[in-house]
Write a protein that binds this ligand. Sequence first.
Ligand SMILES: CCCCCCCC/C=C\CCCCCCCC(=O)NCC(=O)O
Length: 588
Amino acid sequence: MLFYVVLLLLGAGAYYYHFRINRKKIIERLEKVVQRKRDDLLKNIEEARRISDKLDSKRRDYIGNLDFEQLKKELQKGSVTCVEAVRTYFHKAILAHEKTNAVTCFILEAEQQAEELDEKAKLASFVKPPMFGIPLSLKECLKVKGYDTTRGFVQDAYRPSTEDSIQIEHYKKLGLIPFCQTNVPQSLLSYNCSNPLFGTTTNPFDSTRTCGGSSGGEGALIGAKGSLIGIGTDVGGSVRIPCHFTGIAGIKPSKMRFAHRGGGASVPGKPLIDANDGPMAQDVKTNVEFLRNVWGDIDFQSDRDPYCPPVHWNESLYSSEKKLRIGYYIDDGWFTPTPALQRAVLESKKHLENAGHTVIPFHPPRLTDVIQWYFRAVCLDGGQYVLNKLLKDIIEPTIHFQVTLWMVPTWVQRIFSYPVSLVFPRMGVLMKSLTRDTFELREAYAEIEAYREEYVGLMMKDNLDVILCPASIMPAPQHDIPSKVVSGVSYTCLYNLLDFGAGQFLSDFFQRIFIVFPGVVPVTTVNKSDEEKLINEYPETDKWYQITKKATIGSIGMPIGVQVAAPPFREEAVLRTMREIEIAITGK
Ligand SMILES: CCCCCCCC/C=C\CCCCCCCC(=O)NCC(=O)O
């Protein structure tokens, strides 16, 4: 017996030794890549600075102070040129980058694209496209010809995309000029924004706090006024959480409203929970204008990707005067949000009631189950795909906790989940979430499908048009917190789980009720009384609550958004609701 124990220990030791040596080699090799990439970025920024400096600083300030609508008009009139717009936004993005480390690369060809557009504009026959000359920032994972999409993995550096994705092609056709790429967390499966290649992106309001993720670079850049409009992706909150953390507005349309051919994903091959791209901007108005133009011309995407139905912008839904019926909740029953987030929903409710809408309580059912199905379906191979990539890479320290969880074999997690449940029941739920086998995975898929019916059934029973709820559980926390409180995505991941696969859109009934489309609009900032309530009333019943409470203390002044969600192909109703909240708050 002793012999076998010794043999086993020796075997384990040898395996561990081999593993360490191998990891050391990988890290040494990749550290050189990191250095090269960082040197290249410095040169790239200097080149962008040289380009931006060609424009007189007074002119740059003038153009830099125009909002989206004003810049769009001036570009259309010809009183601002595309080259001037690009040079201005190189300048503004450099300033934002110096503050937050948001940019991973400037797309230097933007200047040339701008020059070509300006040349075309001189021809009498040329009809300017609707978003002529507007600079567009892009999350690093979106495919642009000639540029990397590393998703924060060092191993994927210097493997540039060979083509633009269909969406990028479309944006260029509409006159937009992609001018920079922005940072992401390693793997995209986190709501912070750090990776070993480009480092940590910080929140423009407080550098000790995260800008959110995974479209965190976009959040930081737009929040710091370095871009007017950008594109993120969202599989669990990655557009909405950074918007909420950085005080901007953004939306995650239902999957089929964009073409996905040529796009990338955090975990390819997960059928029920898929990432959608979505715009992010300083206000709702800009998102509306952007989507009005993109969906007004959606045939461009549908023609190239038959899985993208040609559903056009629905102006009558957006501009309708019919009063809405809105369901709201301030606590999903899984994770009580901190007081400012609850107040933001209640204030928005009042604004909407003042505008004549009916706002009634709505309770999303069984969030504990939702959390389990979501993690099971996102990590559909038990996290193996991401873990394999991570083990071939330098692992980002701010996601160490999350990676450690993934490394524990599923059967071990399952055994320990029972004793853990006795002292920390919510952790027990998470520890039972990763799938043991395909039998369990199929079951989870079936549950998700049934849940979709249940959820929309509840909405239909009360004849609800949209749902109003918190955007997250807390204001922006410190950089390492998201990986420690990964279950805090319940407010956003619910609406990814309710998304829909191809095919069902064929029926009008399904189109109306099944896919849910959420967006986030900034509403308020954390105040003193929120902090007092947090200290005196916020639960401390388990470790996640304790971490959340501690991370939220000291967040006075941080932005807070709310989330609005609605059934598929009714994105315009969500935008209308968000815009009405925006008008009530800002008066414009
Ligand atoms: C012992 C318990 C094991 C559970 C381990 C869970 C590990 C965490 C897995 C997934 C985290 C999901 C967080 C989602 C954050 C938002 C991500 C997002 O929207 N990404 C966008 C994209 O992928 O494009």
